[in-house]
Design a protein around this ligand. Sequence first.
Ligand SMILES: [Ca+2]
Ligand SMILES: [Ca+2]
Ligand SMILES: [Ca+2]
Ligand SMILES: [Ca+2]
Length: 396
Amino acid sequence: MYKWSTNPSDSITEGQGDNWSAGTLTATPASDGTYYLYIRSYNSANVGNGSTRLGPYTFDDTPPTTPTITGVEVNELDATVTFGGSTDANSFHYEIKLDTGSYVTATSPKTYTGLSGGSHTVYVKAVDELGNQSGEASQEFMIDGIPPTVSNITVTAENVGDPPANNCLQGKLWIDAEVTDTGGSGLASVQIKLDDGDYATMPAKVGGDPEDYEMEYTIDASWTNGTHTVTIKATDGAGNSTTTDAVEFKVNKNTVSGFVGLQNFTWVLKNRDVAFGLNGTTVRIVTLSFINGISAYTLTDVPDMTSISAKTAWSLRKLITGLSAPDGQYEANFTGSNTVLGGDLNGDNVVNALDYSILRGAWGTGSAGDINGDGYTDNADYLIMKANWYRKGDPQ
Ligand SMILES: [Ca+2]
Ligand SMILES: [Ca+2]
Ligand SMILES: [Ca+2]
Ligand SMILES: [Ca+2]
């Protein structure tokens, strides 16, 4: 007689179990589990002789559940496969196979190195200790040994200063590049960093070709003057990346702005060229539109400054000193006591008889003596000149 029992402290007694007379016993329990085989033997007189226990024996007809490939991380010619998730009543292990190779025992993560370019497929299954095999998980991935190409990087500023510096001034700044990838995996990311900052996504150029990428920055007063750089990094789907050399551009965020007032100037709209002196040297000539004798002005691409002066072809020069602006955004108003005074018609920055003779020569409708800008050279202009007689203008 014999019987299966999951109880290690069981026994087989008279009348229990199934018969077994001789030869090989082939017996399988009804379900998976750990069993003991209890045997009761009989002598020729059919007298039972106790209970013998054999085992334990593990019966397992159930394969592990199918594993999951949770990721294939490709880095250049290497691929690391992570997998798991199978369960089974008994212990089991995983086996892995690449393409048409053979299954080998593996633990997660499994890394393959030096793979050939192109498409690959990895397979994973779980095998329990009785050899029952789970279903097969598989995942395709691409090996691509060719990093992306970044070319034609351009830096375009909305506002550009004069040559030779060609500074990028406050306003928009666009960095453009063409980025392509070969090798099959395609572009995964295009990033750009400004100076030593963090990489940020460089977007596809709106309205551009598929290979065009463009980053827009805004230069404002918070920027530092001088050389800045951008660096572009492109990564393909296989983890190959290309990082460009840093591309330099120069920034000058400085501005000076304010109002210019001309002494006793006409109230109607009138243009006048104003020659600004910066720091006593650089001269900028700007055409300003005056109304009520006042015009706003803004000069960009100016140096760090301590002084600015203003003069027209009808006036003495006025100098404002002591400028200070930590962020380079200077303000200087040629109004009130800094109003630009009229009367210097010959440009020597003094009002005297040489100017008077020009005034006399232009008397009537001549513009050379039209200090107040009303279109005539007449007594109104003479009175301005007279008020400033022998006055010297400020230095540049
Ligand atoms: Ca099993
Ligand atoms: Ca590639
Ligand atoms: Ca003069
Ligand atoms: Ca006049």
